[in-house]
Design a protein around this ligand. Structure first.
Ligand code: BMA
Length: 391
């Protein structure tokens, strides 16, 4: 009889063992799910981790409207405290504020569009304290030639990577960025979470990090070095990273230079309407945007990332119904956390024309803009404050 028992015991044992394995497997799967729904920086501070989760949730129901340089100037004004063209039209501030730190790397006092960094920090704090979201881009100069961000000299990316002859200089640039980010603190001295969008529009052909002048591997190495340096050497842990392309033809085109889920929180692209007519011009833009947004949102949902239209617009908005008849139809069916329009510079002597993307009072699309911002899905600052994406 004895000889049967060990057999049964063994079977039982192996049954228990396989159940345990199964349990472990399910646990691991679950842990993986949980991990995937967290921000990419495992050492991010609690508020930044929460910010990521809230935006991930928010995009299912809302899209935040953003404006570049909103508080610094607008069409016909500059440096008026509390002013904003979006507010002048709608009565509310944009829910998202875009800023650019180009020229910070040169230790200049003001950025490439003449917004002083000291003012920028003040505006960022103001917007944040009201419940707004902050995103920062970086039109950094060419570290190899000394030219602008638009100097597409070949070999620039390779020169800043470890082993390249501009690597040490590039590190000092990142030190400047880290210093700026560390200065962004709320009234209690806690870091303000920021959506950081370096090396943007990588699928274009106009910046030194664009795909026509560096390989996908070089781009990934640039990204990975930058993020690791900011995290590990400079202890910057309040950033969400925004991967951003210009146009693309397919998912593989969009993802060709993707540096990895551990270094990206938001997937996004920039796309402007260039043809100003209505009719076929409108429809062409709408169809193209929908095709791209379908790809973007599939990527985001598969990877548990936030999706955004990081820059868009129609310069001077000559189409009176651009907001409700173009932008809205484009975005309304997608889970997009935010959409941002570029800066309201006003008249630009260098290009001999007006350069702005949000309406101002009296501008021909102002009423239509107001209408769009009242749609329940669209959030300006009061809406985002109610939700509180930081808690
Ligand atoms: C471009 C234009 C430029 C500006 C640059 C960086 O699209 O608005 O005038 O210098 O962005 O903000």
């Amino acid at each position: 009889m004895n000889f049967v028992l060990p057999g049964i015991a063994k079977r039982k044992e192996s049954f228990l063992y396989s159940m345990m394995l199964k349990g472990l497997f399910i646990l691991l799967l679950f842990a993986d799910q949980v991990a995937a729904q967290s921000c990419s920086d495992t050492a991010a501070d609690d508020r930044t981790k929460m910010f990521f989760k809230q935006l991930l949730k928010l995009q299912e129901r809302y899209t935040v409207f953003g404006h570049q340089d909103a508080l610094a100037y607008g069409v016909g004004w500059k440096g008026i405290s509390g002013n904003s063209d979006v507010k002048a039209v709608t009565g509310d501030y944009p829910g998202l504020y875009g800023w650019d730190i180009g020229h910070l790397e040169m230790q200049k006092e003001a950025n490439l569009d003449n917004v002083s960094f000291r003012d920028m920090k003040k505006y960022i704090r103001e917007g944040f304290e009201r419940g707004g979201i902050i995103t920062i881009s970086w039109h950094l100069r060419n570290p190899l030639t000394g030219g602008s961000a638009w100097d597409t000299a070949k070999g620039t990316v390779a020169s800043v990577l470890p082993g390249g002859n501009r690597h040490e200089i590039f590190k000092t640039w990142l030190d400047q960025v880290a210093g700026f980010m560390h200065d962004l603190k709320d009234k209690y001295g806690k870091p303000i979470p920021v959506l950081f969008r370096p090396f943007h529009e990588l699928t274009g052909n106009w910046f030194w990090w664009c795909k026509n002048v560096c390989t996908p591997d070089e781009f990934k190495a640039l990204w990975r070095f930058t993020v690791s340096y900011l995290r590990e050497q400079k202890k910057v842990h309040h950033l969400l990273y925004v991967y951003n392309t210009a146009g693309f033809t397919s998912e593989s085109d969009f993802m060709a230079s993707y540096p990895g889920d551990d270094m990206v929180d938001v997937v996004s692209f920039d796309q402007y309407q260039h043809k100003t007519g209505t009719g076929a011009d409108r429809q062409g833009f709408i169809d193209d945007m929908k095709r791209k947004l379908t790809i973007l949102c599939q990527v985001a949902s598969r990877r548990n990332k936030i999706a955004a239209l990081a820059e868009t617009g129609l310069e001077t908005v000559p189409d009176r119904q651009w907001w409700t008849a173009v932008l809205w139809p484009v975005i309304k069916d997608f889970s997009l956390a935010y959409v941002l329009v570029w800066r309201n510079h006003g008249y630009m002597p260098s290009i001999r024309r007006m350069h702005y993307y949000a309406p101002y009072p009296g501008q021909q699309s102002a009423q239509d803009f107001k209408k769009m911002t009242k749609y329940p899905r669209m959030l300006l600052e009061k809406g985002i404050r109610k939700i509180n994406v930081y808690q």
